[in-house]
Design a protein around this ligand. Sequence first.
Ligand code: 16G
Ligand code: ZN
Length: 543
Amino acid sequence: MAEFEEVSRKSKLHPKPTGLKLQYGTAGFRTTAKHLDHVMFRMGLLAVLRSKKTRSTIGVMVTASHNPEDDNGVKLIDPMGEMVALTWEEYASQLANAEQEELLHSLNDIVKKETIDMSQEARVIVGRDTRPSSESLSRAVFDGVQCLGSHFHDYGLVTTPQLHYMVYCQNTQGSATLEDYYKKHSQAFLHLTKNAPVHANAQRRLLVDGANGIGALKLRELEAFLQKQLLVALFNDGSTGKLNHLCGADYVKVQQKPPQGIQMEVGERCCSFDGDADRIVYYYTNSDGHFHLLDGDKIATLISTFLKELITEAGLDLQVAAVQTAYANGSSTRFLEDTMKMTVVCTKTGVKHLHHAAQKFDVGVYFEANGHGTVLFSRAAEEQIHQLAKSPDITNEKKHAIQLLDNTVNLINQTVGDALSDMLLIEAVLAVRGMGVQDWDAMYTDLPNRQLKVKVADRRVISTTDAERRVVSPAGLQEAIDKLVAKYQQARSFVRPSGTEDVVRIYAEADTQESADALAHEVSLAVYNLAGGVGEEPKPLKL
Ligand code: 16G
Ligand code: ZN
């Protein structure tokens, strides 16, 4: 094809290292930045094809999220702001792995399989995080888009959820600016909080760890729209520290300790973003120096309880469901099911699984324990809420509830988990309910838990079922886990092959930290022995 001549010429400027194989995984491509130039160029090409196919604007985000600064990555964003469709993930891998001389063939193959009309216009929008490699890598994306004769718009430095939102707005409203994003979210926040009681427990100041990344930059921009209704003390803003190094949501969640560089007083409410600001976790320390983490499960509980109460107060008949993964703390599941009488669904790990499950409900609140999550409202539910909010003849009590609900809908970025909008929502709920971070934490008590990993020769020998909660193969492993779990109180454990690292992950929870640690260790031994462990045998944890 004539269109491809330019591709042939330009692709030589973005050569693929021979033999390099990469997989479009749960979070797109992700590896050391120096191996990604050809991938970026090719994702520019693929975004054009996807845009022609869907006759919509497609997004390309250059980021490696919580990975170290020297890594990078890329993700495609579909027309409604969601993750790219599964078949196209496969095309992405196919195109990225085609050797130099196979590239045109691979491209043609996709055009044929998808019967793409190459004369169709295409539009691609691009964003990037603050990594030193991101600017030149995004230029490789532009090259890919341009050599298929298509247009791109560069949003430059944006958070991942901001770009998702821009894609959505382009395709539904025909335009999208960052200013609109800030205005929409800040106005909803200001409406929600304007009549909030000034409660003794609800201190206004929030300490934010920006992970030395894009979230810090964008929080500064957002602040200008918040009319001092939220006082933010920003740490790790990128001016000195390294991206994600000893800070950020992933560090805090995994290490269960505060990030470096934050100065927190006892009881002060703090939160951490990850490197592209699509995750958030909260925490504080109490007077005996104990660190308390409020992770995605606690966030989901706070938000779904708030929504359910408002829906009831407003007299609406809408089903609120919570979507979790196997990593959700057992206490959170019990609280939602038994106390809040909510439907709780468990899916496989990975945002897209949770997102799809949440779409099935009137109101679907989904969060991974790691802090990625949002709320989805069905179109009908949103319509009902907006209509009732406009209705003149309802009681004052109902009016109050429905207006809060209406503003809550506007505050949420429904395309994907968004640290900035989640933060505003959490802050608004705490303010409206007059709650301090300790009150929120007291909704339920987490079961002590432990996560470990084990290296095996081939992690694909482990297959799971029931949303990764049970092992199917290798034979005998599930029985071994069941026996170990039976030794402890309130215990649960599961294992799964990681989607992002060459390891098997182990999760265990029990009534005490000692038991959770012991169970996690025993289960790792079972994995090591029954699933082909390599290297040293897992050792017991030292407390
Ligand atoms: C990716 C996923 C995240 C998941 C994590 C699990 C997206 C955008 N991100 O970061 O949702 O929790 O992988 O990693 O889907 P693992 O398979 O290594 O445990
Ligand atoms: Zn992220």
